[in-house]
Design a protein around this ligand. Structure first.
Ligand code: FMN
Length: 388
C-alpha cells in the first residue's frame, strides 16, 4: 500500500492517492474526519485550525463504501486557499505587489530549499515544507487504519512531554497499551494524565506569552499484532528500519526509540531482554516488553511501543535573527501564522505513518488482493502458531 500526497499549504486543496489497497475493505469517511480533527486539535496550535474544516472527500477507489482494489483518491480542501488565490495562482503572472519571502526562518526548510531549488522566494519552498501536508497523510492513513482494524490491530498515541513538562510513568512499557483513547482525547494536549496535562498547558501558555515555541515527546502504541511481521533477512525488510524511516519522514521529528530505547544502552543484558514464555492456550509470549514489540526486525506479538521526540516549532512570535537574501544583511526571520507547540498533532501524524508500515507488513505476509483471502490467511497463520 503506497501513498503520495500533493498540494501546497495555501493552495486550493491537498490530495492523497493510495494504491495497493485490497478489495472489499469497508471505509468510513467519518473515521477519517475524526482523525483529521484530532490532527487539527491540541492546545498551542495556530488560528489556521479555526479556519480549516478538515473534511475528506473520497473521489475514487470505492463503490458503496467498499474498496475496489483500485487507487483511492482523497481530497482535503484548504479553506484558507481562497484568501491566497492571487499569491498562489497555478497560472498567470505574479501580482505586481507580491511580497517575496526573503528572510528564511532558522530551523525551517526556507534557506536550504531556496538554495537547492534556485529561487529568490522562500514561499516556493515553505508552501510544501509546511506541515499542512501532514493532513493529507492522516487522510490517506485512514485507509491503512481501517485495514488494520479489520485484522484486529489498533494504533493510538499520547503525549509524554512538552518542553520540560513531563508525564512521568512508573512503568511506561507496561502501562502504555492500557491507556484509553477517550482519556487521551479528553486532554487538550492528548496526555492521559490530568496533572501532567495541567503542567503541559501551563508550559505552552508561558511560551505563548514569551513569543517562544516548544517541542516534546509522544508515544505511539499498536496492539493486536501477530508475531513475525517484518523480516530479519535484509536491512530494508526489518520493520525497525521501515518504522524509523516512516517516523523520520515527519517534519521536526528528531528522535525515535523502540521500547526501552536509549535506556537499554545503560542496563545489563539480563535487565533488558524479554524472557520467552509459553502456555498451551496463548502459545509463545514474553515476560516483559522492553523491546517494545520488536525483535530481529520483526514483531514479537506484544504491543509495539515507540517514543518519538519533536523539536520546537521554527516559526516564532519573537523572530530569530537571519540574513535577508536580497541585501545579505542581518534581519528578523519571517513570521508565518504558526503553532507554538504541535506535539499532540505530530503524534497523530505519527500514528498515520505507523499505520502504513504495519498495513504493508500484513499485506506482504498475508497477500494483498482482497480482504476475505487476507483474513483467511491470517487465521491459518494464527492457528499454526498456536500448534507451536
Ligand atoms: C503537525 C506539525 C505541525 C507543525 N506546525 C508548524 C508551524 O506551525 N510552524 C512551523 O514553523 N513549523 C511547524 N512544524 C515543523 C516544521 O514543519 C518543520 O520544523 C520544518 O518543516 C523543517 O523540518 P525539520 O524540522 O525536520 O528540519 C510542524 C510540524 C508538524 C509535524
Amino acid at each position: 500500500m503506497q501513498f503520495v500526497t500533493a498540494g501546497e499549504s495555501h493552495g486550493s486543496q491537498l490530495c492523497a492517492i493510495v494504491s495497493g489497497v485490497p478489495a472489499g475493505l469497508v471505509i468510513d469517511e467519518a473515521q477519517i474526519n475524526a482523525d483529521l480533527a484530532r490532527r487539527a486539535s491540541g492546545f498551542g496550535r495556530s488560528s489556521r485550525q479555526e479556519i480549516e474544516h478538515n473534511t475528506v472527500s473520497i473521489t475514487s477507489g470505492l463503490r458503496f463504501g467498499k474498496t475496489l482494489g483500485s487507487p483511492v483518491t482523497l481530497l482535503v480542501a484548504n479553506a484558507d486557499g481562497k484568501n491566497w488565490s492571487d499569491r498562489m495562482s497555478t497560472f498567470g503572472k505574479a501580482p505586481k505587489n507580491l511580497a517575496r519571502e526573503v528572510t528564511p526562518r532558522p530551523g525551517h526548510a526556507d534557506l536550504v530549499g531556496a538554495l537547492k531549488n534556485n529561487t529568490d522566494d522562500c514561499r516556493n519552498v515553505l508552501e510544501r515544507a509546511s506541515a499542512r501536508e501532514t493532513a493529507a497523510r492522516v487522510a490517506a492513513a485512514g485507509i491503512a487504519r481501517e485495514f488494520l482494524a479489520a485484522l484486529g490491530v489498533e494504533v493510538f498515541s499520547y503525549v509524554t512531554r512538552i518542553g520540560t513538562a513531563e508525564f512521568v510513568e512508573e512503568a511506561p512499557l507496561e502501562s502504555a497499551p492500557d491507556y484509553k483513547p477517550l482519556d487521551i482525547e479528553m486532554s487538550e494536549v492528548r496526555c492521559p494524565n490530568e496533572e501532567a496535562t495541567e503542567h503541559m498547558l501551563k508550559m505552552i501558555k508561558v511560551a505563548q506569552v514569551k513569543g517562544e515555541s516548544l517541542g516534546g515527546c509522544f508515544r505511539v502504541v499498536a496492539t493486536g499484532l501477530v508475531p513475525g511481521l517484518g523480516g530479519f533477512e535484509s536491512g530494508p525488510e526489518r520493520l525497525t528500519s521501515q518504522l524509523g524511516a516512516a517516523l523520520f519522514s515527519i517534519p521536526a521529528i528528531k528522535g525515535v526509540e523502540f521500547g526501552l530505547g536509549f535506556e537499554a544502552a545503560q542496563r545489563n543484558g539480563s535487565e533488558v531482554h524479554d524472557l520467552i514464555t509459553h502456555t498451551k492456550k496463548s502459545g509463545y509470549s514474553r515476560a516483559s516488553n522492553n523491546a517494545g514489540g520488536l525483535e530481529g526486525g520483526m514483531t514479537t506479538g506484544l504491543p509495539l511501543i515507540i517514543t518519538a521526540a519533536m523539536k520546537p516549532i521554527p516559526t516564532m512570535a519573537s523572530p530569530l535573527k537571519t540574513v535577508n537574501m536580497d541585501t545579505l544583511e542581518e534581519a528578523e526571520a519571517s513570521q508565518e501564522r504558526s503553532d507554538v507547540c504541535a506535539v499532540p498533532s505530530a503524534a497523530v501524524v505519527a500514528e498515520a505513518e505507523v499505520c502504513f508500515v504495519l498495513a504493508n507488513a500484513y499485506l506482504h505476509k498475508f497477500g494483498s488482493d482482497n480482504m476475505d483471502d487476507i483474513q483467511a490467511a491470517l487465521a491459518a497463520y494464527k492457528k499454526r502458531l498456536l500448534k507451536g
